[in-house]
Design a protein around this ligand. Structure first.
Ligand code: MOS
Length: 696
């Protein structure tokens, strides 16, 4: 990316306006088609059979009882499934080997005329296997814990500076495994048409799905079409191709019919990634005035043998967060025989910020300082890790604006002092930050001779409002209203574009849409404003625009405030109020932005109080496999939530001046809640979630 500075704001309406979702009506009336809503003629149904042990070998697949079910078509397993080509991602090499890498891995696939028949068949398949003892437990002494390349950093002399500090915090924080549960479970409908593969998939990025399917089935990418027109949430769980889409394509090949596979929710935790548990030690050494001289953040986590390069990069935000001359970060990861962890909203950053922002609160208490003043005192001039300037950074401004709105000024810092009947009341604060990245994208803009425009880009709208915001960017660039153009997204036969992930979708796609529409405007001007009979079409790519060296650290920032009430008899904590104030560049649509940030904050509240998965050492996977046992915060848990943002100008980001907002909202929320619990009760919650027994 660039040293480029984008000119003064060229933007007018409808950008920046609260345009309602263009697909809202289609979604609420049920006419929007999701992956499993497509039923080609002759479509068969598939149901997976999960591995019953955590590690071992499948020695026999007994199919007779399953094949005796009415409507049975096939039971695919490693011994007869189509052979696949190489995939970089080994979780996609489904049914290729008798080896069992984790419990819940798909070891057979039942295919039948109807969904109930496929399900009955799957229950009747008997898997015989030779189990071996799995390695499931992460301890700080685990012999296979390693520090991968790039997973540690050191500046100054941390040990000496920490040892010599007047005030020291040394604490260990833990987060359990956490699972994404999008409303729409992962699903795919696959169909072979001649030598072509056509797939409807529930994915955050269909280009990556197409590339993976092309490699696995040894096709050219243009022989594969993937449609992800509407997607019912993802949070990272649909950020990369997942096994279900490969299984659907494989089954369609084997039975020579279209096949639909919607994963049962109970298999999502084993097959679609999760936030791996982290054990995090944070050490802060400061003077009595709260100036941090030494900061260390060390994380132990794990991955699976199928995803050897994965880790929760939980120290990443710490590197750039607070000034301190003596610094140390280290992430260690061990391979365990567990389901493969992967992306969950603000992967790494969200985990790490719980630990660091809790430790900062502990330091504020130890120094008898206001936690906002403590953070302001440690604000760096430049990125302390790289020495580069921030493209923009308004963390302190967010904290101060939030303090005003929240009513922080009157806060008595003493813990366990405010009682209302059975309730202890407290408030807490934490910082929020997330990288602001951009990925190359292409787009096409077309002017019709009779008036009207069409904008095409393979962006994905996973519920965020991406479709609407891209139409606003196009309309604003063309100087028209959103109703004067059509926007077409969500298919690989549209211009290639990156995934909806890493909070970089809108910045990346929007740049390409802006470029295409700007170029189209110039072309129309060349024709004296009259579109010629054949129309005008412009296709662009932003690879070159993004190609020069980066000179800045680009991050969004925010401040999270929570007020909690803890019942002294039951230990139950409730969040009464939550306030987020963010600095995330230009806000392109306040309606959809608010909803994104609000959703992130609710997910963070949920992480603080209710969500938890247990890695069951007897079985090797997580027993919380439905919404009755995996407790996502529901309406009664969520009271007053307020979202605000600063009018942040950053001319170095992209033509819109926007930063991503998909993940910023969750970062820091859990620490704000547990810091508030400390203020309410005097109990320091270092292990999430804050369950009642810990608060009594
Ligand atoms: Mo996000 S975890 O990049 O979908």
């Amino acid at each position: 990316m660039t040293g480029t500075t984008f000119g003064a704001v060229p933007w007018g309406p409808p950008l920046g306006e609260p345009v309602p979702r263009l697909d809202g009506r289609a979604k609420v009336t049920g006419s929007a088609r999701y992956a499993a809503d497509h039923t080609p003629a002759g479509c068969a149904h598939a149901w997976p059979v999960p591995a019953p042990v955590a590690k071992g070998t499948v020695t026999a697949v007994h199919r007779a009882a399953a094949m005796a079910e009415p409507g049975a078509l096939s039971v695919l397993a490693h011994d007869d499934a189509p052979r696949l080509g190489d995939a970089d991602d080994r979780t996609l090499a489904v049914l290729q080997s008798p080896r069992i890498a984790h419990r819940g891995q798909v070891v057979a696939l039942a295919v039948a005329e109807t969904l109930p028949a496929a399900r009955a068949m799957a229950a009747a398949v008997r898997i015989e296997c030779a189990p071996v003892p799995p390695d499931l437990e992460l301890t700080p002494e685990h012999p296979r814990l390693v520090t991968p390349e790039g997973a540690e950093s050191a500046q100054g002399d941390f040990p000496a500076a920490f040892h010599g500090a007047q005030v020291r915090i040394d604490a260990v924080y833990s987060i359990p495994p956490l699972h994404n549960h999008p409303m729409e479970p992962h699903a795919a409908t696959a169909q072979w048409l001649g030598g072509r593969l056509v797939v409807f998939d529930s994915s955050q990025g269909s280009n990556a799905v197409r590339d993976a399917l092309a490699a696995l089935f040894e096709l050219e990418p243009d022989q594969v079409s993937v449609v992800s027109e509407h997607v019912g949430g993802g949070f990272g769980a649909k950020g990369t191709p997942r096994p279900h889409v490969v299984l659907a394509a494989m089954a369609a090949m084997a039975v020579n019919r279209p096949v639909k596979l919607a994963l049962p929710r109970g298999l999502l935790p084993a097959l679609t990634g999760y936030r791996a548990s982290t054990l995090q030690r944070v050490r802060l050494g400061a003077d009595t005035e709260g100036r941090v001289r030494a900061i260390a953040h060390e994380v132990d986590t794990y991955t699976s043998p199928l995803s050897p390069d994965w880790r929760e990069r939980a120290t990443q935000p710490t590197r750039s967060l607070y000034a301190a001359p003596h610094r140390l970060t280290r992430e260690r990861v061990a391979p365990l025989d567990v389901p493969s962890p992967s992306w969950m909203r603000a992967p790494g950053e969200c985990s790490g910020m719980f630990a660091v922002e809790s430790a900062m609160d502990e330091l504020a208490v130890a120094c008898a300082m206001d936690p906002i003043e403590l953070r302001a005192r440690n604000e760096p001039d430049v990125d302390p890790h790289t020495g580069r300037p921030f493209s923009s950074r308004h963390l302190v401004e967010c904290l101060r604006a939030g303090a005003d709105r929240f009513g922080w000024a009157d806060r008595d810092p003493a813990p366990a002092m405010r009682r209302q009947g059975r309730l202890l009341i407290g408030s807490g604060v934490a910082a929020s930050t997330y990288p602001a990245e951009v990925i190359p994208s292409s787009a096409r803009a077309h002017a019709n001779p009779g008036g009207g425009f069409l904008v095409e880009i393979n962006a994905t709208d996973i519920g965020t409002g991406a479709r609407t915001v891209l139409a606003q960017i196009a309309a604003s660039t063309l100087g028209i209203g959103v109703d004067e153009l059509e926007i077409d997204i969500g298919r690989t036969d549209l211009p290639r574009a990156p995934l909806a992930g890493g909070s970089c979708g809108t910045a990346s796609w929007g740049w390409a849409v802006h470029k295409a529409c700007g170029e189209l405007s110039r072309r129309i001007d060349e024709h004296q404003g009259a579109v010629p009979a054949g129309g005008l079409t412009v296709t662009v790519d932003t690879t070159e625009d993004l190609a020069t060296d980066d000179q800045y650290t680009r991050r969004s920032f925010g401040a999270q405030f929570a007020e909690v009430a803890v019942d002294v008899d039951t230990g139950e904590a409730r969040v009464r109020r939550l306030l987020g104030v963010f600095a995330a560049g230009r806000i392109l649509n306040p309606r959809t932005a608010r909803s994104q940030l609000l959703g992130g904050m609710i997910m963070g509240l949920s992480m603080a109080l209710t969500e938890t998965s247990t890695l069951d050492l007897a079985f090797g996977d997580h027993p919380e496999r439905d919404l009755a046992s995996y407790h996502v915060a529901s309406c009664a848990d969520v009271r007053e939530i307020d979202v605000h943002w600063l009018a942040e100008e950053d001319s170095r980001l992209n033509p819109m001046g926007s930063k991503g907002i998909g993940e910023l909202g969750i970062v820091g929320t859990a620490a704000a809640v547990t810091n508030a619990i400390h203020h309410a009760t005097g109990v320091r919650v270092r292990d999430l979630p804050a369950q009642p027994d810990a608060l009594l």
